[in-house]
Design a protein around this ligand. Structure first.
Ligand SMILES: Nc1ncnc2c1ncn2[C@@H]1O[C@H](COP(=O)(O)OP(=O)(O)OP(=O)(O)O)[C@@H](O)[C@H]1O
Length: 278
C-alpha cells in the first residue's frame, strides 16, 4: 500500500448549541486506504463526514489534504478532490440516470457539482462531451446500472445509491466519502458499490466508508475508526476493532458476545460483501 498521507484531521470538534456532536477527533488517511467509520446512532459519523466535505463548519480543529489546509465551502473542497454521497441520495430526480452520472464527469471541469445539478435541471448539461458519455456507458455496465434513460426519481433507493456512488466516482476524487451507501441496496448494488470503492483504491486514492453494520464494514476496509458519543475510541485494523474492549463496551457492555451486526444491512448484502472483498 502507498505510504503518502492524503488527508489529516486534527482536533475536529463540532457543537450544535449545547450538543457536542464531535470532540477532538484526530485521524490520518493514506493513499490507497479504505477507512471504515463505525459507531452507534448519534456517535458523530455523519458529522465527521460533514466537517470533511464542508457541509458543516467545524467548531474547532483542522483538515489538511495533501499538505494544504482544507477550508471553505463544499464546492471548494470538491475542487480540491473530495466527493461524497449522502445518507439519503441527492440526485436530480427529474433527470435521467445518464445525465445524473454525466454530472460527475462534468463537475471535474466546473465550479460546483451543485451548480451543475441546478444547471442540468434547467437544461444546461450541454454541450455533451462524447468521452464522458462513453465513460458513463462503461461505468454503468460495470456497475450493473440498467435503463440509462429512466428518470432518477423512478429508481429504487438502492439504485439511486448506486447512481450517486457512480456520479461521485466520475468526479475522480482523491477522497471519496460514502455515508451508509449500502442501506436499501440489494446484492447487485452492494457488489457495484464495493467495485467503486476498489476502483478508487486502485487509483491510489482513498475512501471513508460510514456504516452501522460493523461486520460488513470490517470485510471491506483496511482500518476502522470507532466513534462513541463524538469521540474516537478506537483506530486500527478491522479484526482488532471487532475484538477490542472498546467495541464490546460501545455496543454491548463489557461482557456481551461478539455479534456486532446492528441489524442494518440485509443478509444478502453481508454475503455479497464477503464475496467481493479483494
Ligand atoms: N444539525 C444538528 N443540530 C443539532 N444536533 C445535531 C445536528 N446534527 C447532528 N446532531 C447531533 O449530533 C450528534 C451526532 O450526530 P450524527 O448524525 O453525526 O451521528 P451518526 O453517528 O451519524 O448517527 P446515525 O448513525 O444515527 O446517522 C447526535 O447527537 C445528533 O443528534
Amino acid at each position: 500500500m502507498a505510504e503518502e498521507t492524503l488527508l489529516v484531521g486534527r482536533g475536529l470538534t463540532k457543537r450544535y448549541g449545547g450538543v457536542t456532536a464531535l470532540e477532538g477527533v484526530d485521524f490520518e488517511l493514506r493513499a490507497g486506504e479504505i477507512l471504515g467509520l463505525v459507531g452507534p446512532n448519534g456517535a458523530g459519523k455523519t458529522t465527521l463526514v460533514d466537517l470533511i466535505s464542508g457541509a458543516q463548519a467545524a467548531t474547532a480543529g483542522e483538515l489538511v489534504l495533501r499538505g494544504s489546509k482544507l477550508t471553505g465551502p463544499a464546492s471548494r473542497r470538491a475542487r480540491a478532490g473530495l466527493a461524497r454521497t449522502f445518507q439519503y441520495p441527492q440526485l436530480a430526480l427529474e433527470l435521467s440516470v445518464r445525465d445524473n452520472l454525466l454530472l460527475g464527469w462534468a463537475a471535474r471541469r466546473h465550479a460546483s457539482l451543485w451548480q451543475m445539478i441546478v444547471g442540468a435541471a434547467a437544461g444546461a448539461l450541454r454541450p455533451r462531451v462524447p468521452a464522458d458519455e462513453a465513460a458513463v456507458r462503461t461505468l454503468a455496465e460495470e456497475l450493473g446500472i440498467e435503463g440509462l434513460d429512466r428518470a432518477a426519481g423512478d429508481l429504487t433507493l438502492g439504485e439511486q445509491r448506486l447512481v450517486e456512488v457512480g456520479r461521485a466516482l466520475g468526479q475522480d476524487p482523491l477522497v471519496l466519502l460514502l455515508d451508509e451507501p449500502f442501506a436499501g441496496s440489494d446484492a447487485r448494488g452492494v457488489t457495484g458499490i464495493a467495485e467503486v470503492i476498489h476502483t478508487v483504491q486502485r487509483r491510489g486514492h482513498a475512501v471513508i466508508l460510514v456504516d452501522h453494520n460493523v461486520d460488513l464494514v470490517a470485510r471491506l476496509v483496511d482500518r476502522v475508526m470507532l466513534l462513541d458519543r463524538g469521540r474516537a475510541v478506537f483506530d486500527g485494523g478491522p479484526r482488532e476493532c471487532l475484538a477490542s474492549p472498546q467495541m464490546q463496551s460501545v455496543y454491548f457492555g463489557s461482557d456481551a458476545d461478539t455479534d456486532t451486526d446492528s441489524g442494518d444491512g440485509s443478509p444478502e448484502a453481508q454475503a455479497e460483501v464477503e464475496d467481493v472483498r479483494s
